[in-house]
Design a protein around this ligand. Structure first.
Ligand code: ADP
Ligand code: MG
Length: 357
């Protein structure tokens, strides 16, 4: 087991070394956009066997593979042109795309229904490693089956026996990774509309939109509100906004505020929460949260969101990924929940992807 501390100085050499270990059938622990991953040559019988020996993983539990781009993905899964078009909007990104396998990659990596998960990550290390090798590599989390994934190498190694450690040929340590959520699984393998899963809940892709001005973003917010406003008479509507600082979460919320004729919506960054009366016929209040400063679930409890889960309420959450467990929060109360992922493509271009729970 060799361990390298990845730095900008040894970046290129480390990628070259990782590529060479993978080409020889070895296992490499690597940093990713989510947790530490475990790479093996996905075309090699020996490498994949070694991976499963390490993971203690039952067969039929799929392992996704990292590929260079959509053209490369076509070699390993069946994808029609419409699917390719949809995917070109959300990739590269933190998604695992599930499609019927061509059985070119090792079939042991497939799920029981012969589908295969594909990752095209927006993460320099993974992308550069993909370019360096002429095969896809596994992008499974570096943990033993049924144990949690890891954001730091030391935490990971502490869970391993000496025997397990010997199976790892190269460990690339990039320090403590940001605690990002695992990738969202986009299952396109069924003939119906894209059904998505996040954790155990099903998500449905409802709208995608690219905007190039704040005004367009506000209009997009209004169009989403129009789609769901009629449901608010019966149950609350939640917009959960996810995206980096400056993505446009507040601009989006202001679009909702304009449509509802509230007073001007301001960023609640320093107060966590604002409540606005509206002049809308169905929606009586807009509750605007900014969870940027939320550090744990106790903070969420203090907000007493459950009292707001009533008809006629619109709840908007910036940094919505920090809301914690949604099932726990909803506690079986009826609600319409819309996740909105915002990606900043460049200074003016924003990509919106909306999913309905
Ligand atoms: P967040 O709340 O996600 O941190 P804000 O909504 O406060 O971000 O800020 C978004 C910034 O990006 C604003 O300064 C806005 O003018 C700028 N911007 C540029 N293009 C767009 C766009 N297409 N949509 C939304 N905002 C945009
Ligand atoms: Mg904001």
């Amino acid at each position: 087991m060799k361990r390298i501390l990845l730095t900008s100085e040894n970046w290129q050499n480390t990628i070259t070394e990782a590529a060479s270990v993978l080409s020889n059938g070895g296992l490499v622990v690597f940093p990713s956009d989510t947790v530490y991953g475990l790479a093996a040559n996905a075309l090699s019988q020996r490498a994949v066997d070694k991976l499963f020996m390490f993971k203690d993983r039952p067969r039929g539990k799929a392992v996704s593979i990292a590929v260079k781009d959509l053209a490369d993905a076509q070699k390993y899964v069946h994808m029609d042109s419409a699917q390719q078009k949809t995917l070109s909007v959300i990739l590269p990104g933190a998604y695992t795309i599930v499609l019927p396998a061509r059985h070119v990659a090792n079939p042991k990596l497939e799920a029981e229904d012969q589908t295969l998960g594909i990752r095209i990550a927006d993460y320099p290390f993974m992308r550069e490693l993909s370019r360096k090798v002429d095969f896809p590599y596994t992008a499974t989390s570096a943990n033993i089956h049924a144990r949690g994934p890891h954001y730091s190498i030391d935490a990971f190694l502490n869970t391993l026996s000496e025997k397990k450690k010997e199976l790892l040929d190269l460990i690339i340590d990039y320090g403590e990774l940001p605690h990002n959520l695992p990738s969202t699984i986009v299952n396109l393998s069924s003939p119906e509309l894209p059904a998505l899963r996040k954790g155990s809940s099903k998500l449905k892709l409802v709208k995608q939109k690219i905007t190039t001005t704040p005004e367009e973003t506000k209009m997009f917010a209004v169009s989403l509100l129009k789609k769901y406003e009629h449901t608010v008479a019966e149950k609350p509507l939640l917009f959960i906004l996810q995206g980096d600082l400056g993505a446009g979460k507040t601009v989006f919320s202001q679009g909702l505020g304009n449509c509802l004729q509230t007073v001007h919506v301001v960023s609640p960054t320093f107060v966590l929460y604002y409540e606005y009366e509206t002049k809308h016929s169905v929606i009586s209040k807009l509750h605007h949260f900014d969870l940027y400063r939320v550090e744990n679930t106790d903070d969420i409890k203090l907000l007493e969101i459950e009292h707001l889960l009533q008809p006629k309420n619109l709840l908007v959450f910036e940094w919505g990924e920090r809301i914690g467990s949604l099932p726990q929060l909803l506690n079986n109360k009826p609600a319409t929940v819309i996740f909105i992922q915002i990606d900043a493509i460049d200074e003016k271009t924003r990509k919106f992807t909306a999913y309905e729970l």
